[in-house]
Design a protein around this ligand. Structure first.
Ligand code: FRU
Length: 499
């Protein structure tokens, strides 16, 4: 019985917990982004989209806004929170390395994305081929050189203005190296200035350069944002040119919306793809967390985007935007549906709990009723039954005594010594006991009983023998015939002579 209550109670408890518990997120992933520009936002969106396929993973994103110190502190806070995996795009390779190493040594798998850290204490790397990006820049410069009528020499070189990103970040150094290696044998002079990956910084740096140098033949900017910034500075400098259109050919890198639009608008000439692949980063994280095989070092392809390609990509991206909008609506609908289902599910659980509570209460009520009936039986019915049994036993004893009494008395009817003491001694009872027990079974005292038995025998003799009243009175020990006659009349209601 107790077990039923225990089980129902546990079941009820489990139901309540189940109904109240939120959906379980198993893995907490920390994302440390060095910057928050358009390229990074694209990467974040790709990660968020891929995450829809992994409902057991939750992302926390922290942005360092180009500060190595802040990024290290943010990584340390992720370590303290014991995240299950860390995704990091380091601001500068050497400066952020210590924090990445700390995370790795704390047993947290680390995916380094886009920019590298020095050393090899990380789990996986996913990023573009920056040296190849530099080589593409060099190829483009050569093309620009070859389409000019002028012959350039070491003394009268073709001048390339390179707008670099942050020097301590690996893409900046590798892109620069790719460019320089590609132009090694060429009559080209490369002037490098720093835009730190930002449009405004690039714009300022180019404007500053133009104040002390003649216009370069071409500009290569290490990203699209800086290319647009450079174009603005050139346009401002060459006040004769309107519509922000620069007379100097400019190449960017990344192939993000801003760059493609700038090509379409004639602001810059071309760019190179630099994939962010946030989706691949999340998929790799999922593999690592599941203990599945993954690629240790993923280098993403890069390619040139000219005006034709940019137009095609813009068209595609409009279509994709439309698709995304449709997807968003579908997702919104499915979210609403999901919430509705969850509400219904909760309602169902509540109903179940109510039913269980009712069942539990009925069981409790029955249990306590049963207990009260049991105690009633124990306290009232059982003693009564015991009384009845006792009474039955008593009456059996009385019956036996009554028989024995009659036998003894009848055997001594003619004995003049038959009196209370004599009868008591035969029946082995004291005077009081004898009186009480004879009174119980016969309803009269022992002497009255003896007289009654003598009168019954006398009546028998009167009817079955020729004995006279005198003889019968003597035989049955009456003191006289007169006394016998009186007693007989009192008992039978008529005289013995009237038989
Ligand atoms: C974005 C960005 C990109 C560039 C990359 C290099 O923050 O500056 O424009 O290609 O980082 O890491």
């Amino acid at each position: 019985m107790k077990n039923i209550y225990l089980h129902s109670f546990l079941f009820l408890l489990a139901g309540v917990f189940y109904a109240c518990s939120p959906a379980k997120e198993e893995y907490h992933i920390g994302v440390s982004q060095c910057l928050d520009d358009a390229w990074r936002q694209k990467m974040n969106q790709e990660m968020a989209r891929e995450l829809l396929l992994h409902p057991d993973m939750k992302l926390s994103t922290r942005i360092a806004h180009g500060s190595n110190e802040l990024q290290c502190a943010q990584i340390d806070s992720f370590i303290a929170e014991r995240v299950d995996l860390l995704i990091v795009s380091p601001n500068e390779a050497e400066e952020v390395k210590p924090a990445v190493t700390r995370a790795y040594r704390a047993g947290i798998p680390v995916i380094v994305a886009d920019r590298r850290v020095t050393g090899d204490e990380w789990t996986a790397f996913i990023g573009g081929d920056n040296y190849k990006v530099g080589s593409l820049m060099a190829e483009w410069v050569q093309e620009q050189l070859s389409i000019r009528q002028t012959r350039y020499t070491k003394d009268k070189p073709f001048v390339v203005l390179e707008v670099m990103g942050l020097e301590g970040s690996t893409p900046a150094t590798l892109r620069h190296k790719g460019l320089m290696d590609g132009l090694e044998e060429m009559p080209v002079e490369v002037h490098s200035i720093h835009g730190y990956w930002h449009k405004e910084n690039a714009s300022e740096a180019v404007a500053q350069y133009l104040t002390s140098h003649p216009c370069p033949h071409v500009i290569v900017a290490q990203n699209d944002l800086m290319a647009v910034g450079a174009a603005e500075a050139v346009a401002n400098h060459q006040s004769s040119i309107t519509n922000h259109k620069s007379s100097i050919p400019i190449m960017g890198v990344d192939g993000i919306q801003v760059g493609l639009q700038a090509i379409e608008d004639g602001v810059i000439e071309c760019t190179a793809t630099y994939a962010s692949r946030g989706d691949l980063v999340i998929a790799t994280a999922a593999h690592i967390l599941a203990g599945e095989p993954f690629v240790h070092d993923t280098i993403l392809e890069t390619t040139m985007i000219d005006a034709v390609a940019a137009r095609a990509m813009l068209m595609q991206s409009h279509e994709r935007l439309h698709d995304l909008e449709t997807l968003r609506i579908v997702q919104l609908r499915s979210d609403t549906q999901w919430h509705k289902m969850r509400r219904e599910h909760r309602l169902l659980v509540i109903c179940l709990i109510v039913v269980l509570v009712m069942f539990f209460s009925v069981q409790m009520y029955q249990y306590f009723r049963l207990r009260s009936v049991q105690s009633k039986i124990k306290n009232e019915v059982v003693p009564q039954l015991e009384n009845v049994q006792e009474a039955i036993q008593l009456s059996r004893r009385d019956e036996a005594f009554s028989e024995r009494l009659r036998e003894v008395v009848d055997a001594h009817l003619t004995n003049p010594n038959l009196n209370v003491e004599y009868l008591g001694s035969i029946l082995q009872l004291s005077r009081t006991q004898l009186f009480r027990r004879v009174k119980t079974v016969a309803g009269k005292g022992p002497l009255d009983y003896i007289r009654e038995r003598r009168l019954i025998r006398a009546d028998e003799l009167l009817h079955t023998t020729d004995m006279t009243i005198q003889q019968i009175a003597m035989e049955l020990c009456f003191s006289s015939a007169g006394y016998f006659t009186k007693c007989y009349k009192d008992f039978f209601g008529h005289l013995p002579s009237e038989r």
